[in-house]
Write a protein that binds this ligand. Structure first.
Ligand SMILES: Nc1nc2c(c(=O)[nH]1)N(C=O)[C@@H](CNc1ccc(C(=O)N[C@@H](CCC(=O)O)C(=O)O)cc1)CN2
Ligand SMILES: Nc1ncnc2c1ncn2[C@@H]1O[C@H](COP(=O)(O)OP(=O)(O)OP(=O)(O)O)[C@@H](O)[C@H]1O
Length: 209
């Protein structure tokens, strides 16, 4: 399928772009992006924040996680279930609670209590290889976040009366591209945050497929 092939090529190209930033660049840009993200969390009054434990050259979100802990917010990290393709969500209160999991990602241990299905984080910070200004996202190609949206956050933003979760792509500005090829199942981000600031993607025209 053409779309799958172009996503595959884009993954390789954008992985190389992200990996070509120097360590110092990545550190400085991550710190700036985390500052923007932190002001978002505070302004939104978000008390439960889902993030990720960075791998490879992903934007280092750890300063944001530590800000959340210091301010008494709850931080949620996912655990990968590669057999089902699902993520379980767990509250984590220190780095010591994490173990080395699937794909080398630090994650809550198997005996860490799982959040109930109906608990929705106020915001979710999502890593990726590339994003566009409509909120399009390219990940590693296993569909974990797409499935999280489909199974756990169905009706997100759909006016079900429950507070909806805000999805935020967190990336270096170098990862922004004109258009990520999107399929029907792909999750759009509500906002993008980079070292340059915060972009609201919600009002941009989206057509997927
Ligand atoms: N830090 C971080 N945590 C995350 C994600 C992420 O992108 N970053 N995920 C976002 O979904 C989920 C994990 N998804 C992942 C999917 C594939 C690979 C990966 O390394 N794939 C290999 C291909 C080999 C294979 O597929 O078995 C690769 O890219 O080389 C890593 C994470 C949940 N946690
Ligand atoms: N809701 C869903 N239910 C079942 N399979 C899904 C769902 N969403 C996506 N998938 C499958 O997951 C695979 C990867 O999707 P995609 O290429 O969009 O991944 P990605 O968003 O780049 O990856 P990731 O979220 O792991 O970083 C596809 O084969 C797709 O069919």
């Amino acid at each position: 399928m053409r779309l799958a092939a172009s996503k595959r090529e884009l993954r390789a190209a954008m992985g190389a772009v992200r990996g070509s930033l120097s360590n110092l660049d990545r550190q400085e840009r991550s710190a700036l992006a985390c500052r923007h993200a932190w002001s978002f969390v505070e302004a939104a009054g978000a008390e439960t924040v889902m993030a990720y434990a960075p791998i490879r050259s992903e934007l280092d979100v750890r300063p944001l996680i530590e800000n959340c802990w210091q301010s008494g917010r709850s931080v949620i990290l996912p655990r990968v279930h590669s057999d089902t393709g699902m993520l379980s969500l767990h509250v984590v209160s220190s780095w010591h609670e994490l173990i080395q999991g699937t794909y080398g990602i630090s994650e809550p241990a198997a005996d860490s209590p799982e959040l109930d299905e109906d608990v929705r984080p106020a915001v979710i910070f999502v890593p990726g290889l590339a994003f566009d200004l409509r909120g399009g996202r390219l990940g590693y190609g296993r569909g974990y976040y797409d499935r999280l949206l489909a199974h756990r956050m169905a009706g997100n933003g759909g006016g079900t009366g429950e507070a909806s979760t805000v999805w935020i792509g967190l990336a270096y500005a170098a990862q922004l591209i004109p258009e990520v090829p999107m399929e029907a199942h792909d999750a759009f981000m509500d906002f993008l945050i980079t070292e340059d600031g915060i972009v609201d993607c919600r009002l941009r025209e989206r057509d997927s497929g």
